[in-house]
Ligand binder design. Sequence first.
Ligand SMILES: [Zn+2]
Length: 317
Amino acid sequence: MDRKVVKIENAAFRCKEIPLTRKELRELFKFHIPCLCCGLEMMHPDEYTKILDDHLLVGKAYDVVKVLEPYERIMHPVERQVFNMFKGMAQKYPEMDFQQLLLLKKEIHELALVKIQSNIFNKISFYRRILPKKTARALRKLIIKTNDIIFDPKPHKPFSRRIFIHKLKQIVSNIENAKIREEIITIAKRLPRSSDEVCAFVVKNARKKSEIIALNLIHPSVGTFEHLMPKCLKGQNNSLNFALECTHCNNSRHHYPISYQIEENPYMPENAQYHFDKLISLCNKKLCKKEYVENLSKTLYNLSEGIIEADINNLYK
Ligand SMILES: [Zn+2]
């Protein structure tokens, strides 16, 4: 399937009245809402801003671990694994900060990462055998350049998964056979990201300052307003078009259609139901408005082409 932005009818326009103000919607983050997409509990954005403003994550790992401990429960899986690694290391090296600790681990994780990456590059290289000459040559050039980066212990510029996939897409764009094009990109997408492999997190973050590393452990969990109909497609900038999503899911969707987000997150329809159940329980306690939930369910149904069909019957019991 082509990943171009698909224009969909703005379902949210049907309901005229804005059910919740931005402030009211933001208040909902107080109630441990699970993210609409991944289902993980979100952190209140104000809490994150406070930690940031007060520079609570500067200093020795031993102290920073104490500040982060209350948030361990809501960390995303890779971040939680890294945090646990820090907890153990901070006992052993109480004088070091997060960056120094990551540097101790960098080499071993870098080896693991390069192993996974080179395996994927090999699989992509295999396609040179069946591609038109010009495309095969361009692919060879890209892989050689990329191998130079990943096998260099101190590369001039670190490897970027995003840039690699972007260049690869350009190279394969003129392959006529859509199936082969799709296959190559699907393989490339298996390249580890810092959000799904500890080794990629360690390697990427070892270049960063301690405070940033610590912030990166909680940042994916911070709650955000996701524009259901993307802003660039004239999606409204109010609660008729807002869903509550964690930073990680919001950033990973970009401006793609919800059907693409579901493809990337197959459990999204189930997670959306948890999200609705929580909102309904808040409505029953008069902490959220029925109209918001009704509009959200209709908008999601339309934009997901019926894949997300939330059961909101409990709203009327
Ligand atoms: Zn999420």
